[in-house]
Design a protein around this ligand. Structure first.
Ligand code: SAM
Length: 304
């Protein structure tokens, strides 16, 4: 599903793109186990070379901080407090759908699938289809061996995703669209059991974050327990975050837990429709300097 744009993506939230630094490569035991299981590469040096090779290709496509910092090598989904809700949905629901927006390589989808979520019910969506293709290279898979679906496109483009009112529990069950022929996220309105977005919201300004949250809300199934979850750069109080982290100049709008909760419970959803949890954490990336590193906002929005 490769797109043809040759120019590297312009990322507004970041102003500088440092050269790749292999000293940032560090796999925790759980990350090494994940990559070895999926790639079949047992040798540590060979695995490192393989991951760094794909990283370099991806960085040419889109020089995101998460690619530079090798954040995709971490089991990120499993670290989210609401992850067990996703696992339960995948195992117990009749027609579960997991959607990862800003999915990059599809690394998070692969985490959910490894823990039992049916790959055929998982969908990745990203502006850069090349990153999804590189995900197959990274994990040594193909669309046959890893039948998760991919919808390419800009999540702000209404052809990809429009804002719709959150589905009501009063309406009859929405029929699930045929995921094999999906070219837009709009047919998924009211059908998605779990939506994940990590390192995604912080790419956008405050009004864009609200718009995107409303668009996610329209996709979520009204089934109690349906969940939207993720993590991205946060702050104690909402506002601009300007910092230099490992040579990466960051200038972003960040919510604090309180403003993030108030946005979802009251603005995006009518007050009382959802339970929102949000907390700040300090993440570390291998040997990267963590001093001055902005907080991560770790959050979930569960339909009641
Ligand atoms: C920083 S990466 C995070 C990747 C992944 N979620 C993870 O945590 O490993 C952000 C991803 O969002 C995608 N993205 C950025 N803007 C987008 C947009 N407007 N619509 C869809 N995807 C977008 C990028 O292409 C990139 O893959």
């Amino acid at each position: 599903m490769a797109q043809t744009n040759k120019e590297p993506a312009k990322i507004e939230a970041q102003r500088t793109f440092p050269p790749l630094d292999e000293s940032l490569y560090y796999l925790r035991p759980q990350d090494a186990a994940f990559y070895k299981t999926l790639t079949g590469i047992e040798d540590d040096a060979a695995l490192k070379k393989h991951i760094l090779d794909v990283q370099a290709k991806a960085y040419k496509v889109a020089p995101y901080g998460c690619i530079c910092l090798l954040a995709f090598t971490r089991r990120r989904l499993a670290e989210l407090p609401a992850y067990q809700q996703v696992v339960r949905i995948g195992r117990e629901c009749k027609n579960p759908i997991f959607l990862d927006i800003g999915c990059c390589f599809g690394n998070v989808i692969r985490e959910a699938v490894l823990d039992g979520f049916p790959a055929s019910q998982a969908i990745g969506s990203d502006l850069h289809g090349e990153l999804w293709d590189l995900g197959h290279e990274l994990f040594k898979s193909s669309p046959d061996t890893f039948p998760a679906h991919f919808v390419g496109g800009d999540a702000f483009d209404p052809e990809t995703l429009t804002v719709a009112t959150p589905a009501s529990t009063q309406i009859a069950e929405v029929p699930t669209p045929d995921l094999n022929n999906l070219t837009s996220l709009n047919p998924l309105r009211g059908c998605v059991s779990a939506i994940h977005a990590t390192a995604f919201f912080h790419l956008f300004k405050e009004d864009q974050q609200l718009y995107m949250a409303c668009a996610f809300a329209g996709l979520l199934s009204p089934e109690p327990g349906s969940v939207i979850l993720g993590t991205h750069i946060g702050a104690q109080e909402k506002g601009s975050v300007k910092t230099v982290f490992n040579g990466v100049e960051v200038d972003m709008f960040a919510h604090g837990p309180e403003s993030w909760i108030a946005m979802w419970d009251g603005e995006v959803f009518e007050k009382g429709m959802v339970k929102v949890e949000a907390e700040l954490r300090r993440e570390t990336y291998g040997t990267a300097v963590t001093e001055g590193r902005p907080f991560s906002l770790v959050w979930s929005v569960t339909r009641l």
